[in-house]
Design a protein around this ligand. Structure first.
Ligand code: SF4
Ligand code: SF4
Length: 474
């Protein structure tokens, strides 16, 4: 991808060319509003110089800017990541939690977990519309190490939260699956390889034992359930096998997976960080394979992190806010509760004490959540603004990429106003997504019905045909 140097025109908002490697189309975008269009490359100079597209865009630019600002800076959280224990039965190479916590840490006592959910329920009721349940995801270390407390909490608060569980899958026996699926809890597993030898390179027990077959057994138990997914963390160890991994997932009827770049927040993770170009090549090969599997079988395997980038482009304000916007969802769309009762913007920060926003139970403040949201620890994350630092501030796709991740940028590259670990990969990913859109192929990579709740706010069909860009902007 190449993009022009971005300067605002005196005549008002301007559009900039972004080459996406497509034979016919290039993108034009205003990075300040996340507006974009695909334009025949032979007409691009004329479209950028002025005319109906630019005029129509300028008429709408202020309202797009207001919408994007509201999405970036005016949200109230609607979800929480709950860490019911510090302990984990595995010692994965790239974990974002310090190994001393995972090997010898504490469980959150059951009473504290229940009291926490009571307090969180009150907070969410004060900021969310009636009838909408906040999401509460039990999350790492390994939440099923404290299974009894987690299951009591799920039953006691079934009417108040939409629960999810992110687990390494090793403790997910028949009884646990029966309990969770009967209560419609969404379940996420982790698996890094198509065979044990590859998974073992990054995910194994403290004693070095393989867990690959245990995760496969958990996948078998979940087959047919509607709400489960598997995360693969992409590292130097499994990159050549990503295509085999999506084949395994498809064969085992996994509905949704994530092929996440390894988060380089802690040094252990950086030891298995792939080069951006290698990551792009393997990732696109795996995405292509999901598409050919869909063509062969009629059944989709959604790669959710890529689907979210497509959504960030197709419907910027309808995306599910996680990492793909700056500031990211951490501390804005959700926050994390650590096992000791401390609040952090995202679980990614739990090993970094300076990002502790205070305790949920703090008698010196009226609401521990509000105090955390206003704390300097949270504001360091929620005020990170990719418009204001280089290279993201000059980047034409910054509100599709999202400039992740603040934890990674801070720890790996020395500050919040630094780029994260995979900038060149993210650029390639946005180009790839725009090429799919140019070829009118994006729906095949998205959940069926993804656009049912979206609204078209800029309709290119309104242009005279001679000046009409060849694709759409939402
Ligand atoms: S990380 Fe790279 S691709 Fe993403 S917004 Fe920043 S400069 Fe652009
Ligand atoms: S970008 Fe990093 S801190 Fe933000 S939501 Fe993603 S993992 Fe969490």
């Amino acid at each position: 991808m190449t993009a022009a140097v971005l300067k605002r025109s005196d005549a008002g908002p301007a559009l900039f060319r972004v080459d996406i490697g497509h034979d016919v189309y290039a993108a034009v975008t205003d990075p300040n509003t996340a507006f974009w269009a695909l334009v025949d490359k032979t007409r691009i100079a004329e479209e950028l110089a002025g005319g109906p597209l630019l005029d129509a865009y300028r008429a709408k630019a202020d309202s797009f800017a207001r919408e994007l600002h509201a999405l970036r800076f005016e949200l109230k959280p609607s979800g929480v990541y709950l860490n019911p224990t510090e302990r984990c039965n595995l010692n994965c190479t790239y974990c974002y939690l310090p190994d001393t916590q995972r090997s010898g840490g504490s469980h959150m006592p059951q009473k504290m977990l229940l009291d926490s959910l009571r307090r969180l329920r009150s907070y969410f009721r004060s900021v969310m519309p009636d009838g909408r349940k906040p999401r509460a995801i039990f999350h790492g270390a390994e939440p099923l190490m404290n299974k009894a407390a987690v299951f009591v909490a799920i039953d006691e608060f079934a009417n108040d939260f939409a629960f999810g569980l992110q687990t390494n899958g090793t403790l997910l026996d028949d009884a646990a699956v029966e309990f969770l699926t009967a209560r419609n809890v969404s379940i996420g597993l982790s698996l890094d390889g198509p065979v044990a030898g590859i998974t073992n390179a990054t995910r194994r027990t403290w004693g070095g034992k393989s867990v690959h077959n245990k995760v496969l057994a958990a996948m078998d138990r979940l087959k047919g359930y509607g709400s489960w997914s598997v995360i693969t963390t992409c590292t130097t160890e499994n990159l050549p096998y990503l295509t085999n991994i999506v084949e395994l997932f498809h064969e085992r009827e996994v509905p949704t997976c994530m092929l996440n770049t390894v988060r380089c927040t802690l040094p252990g993770a950086r030891s298995v960080k792939p080069a951006d170009g290698d990551m792009a090549k393997a990732f696109f090969a795996a995405i292509d394979r999901t598409h050919s599997l869909y063509r062969e079988t009629g059944r989709k395997l959604i790669v959710a992190n890529f689907a979210n980038i497509l959504l960030a482009i197709l419907a910027p304000t309808a995306r599910r806010l996680m990492c793909d916007i700056s500031p990211c969802g951490g501390g804005r769309a959700f926050f994390a509760l650590a096992a000791d009762g401390s609040l952090y913007p995202c679980s990614e920060f739990i090993g970094l004490p300076r990002f502790n926003g205070g305790k949920l139970f703090d008698d010196s403040v009226e609401c521990g959540v509000e105090a955390a949201l206003a704390s300097s620890a949270f504001r360091a994350v929620t005020e990170r603004d990719a418009d204001r630092f280089s290279p993201c501030g000059e980047c034409a796709i910054r509100h599709f990429c999202g400039s992740p991740c603040p934890a990674e940028a801070h720890e790996m590259n020395g500050g919040m106003e630094k780029v994260g670990a995979f900038c060149d990969f993210y650029k390639e990913q946005v180009s790839y997504a725009l090429r799919l859109i140019a070829d009118r192929n994006a729906d095949n990579y998205l959940w069926d019905g993804w656009d049912e709740a979206t609204e078209t706010v800029f309709d290119v069909a309104a242009y005279p045909p001679a000046h009409r860009p060849e694709s759409l902007c939402l």
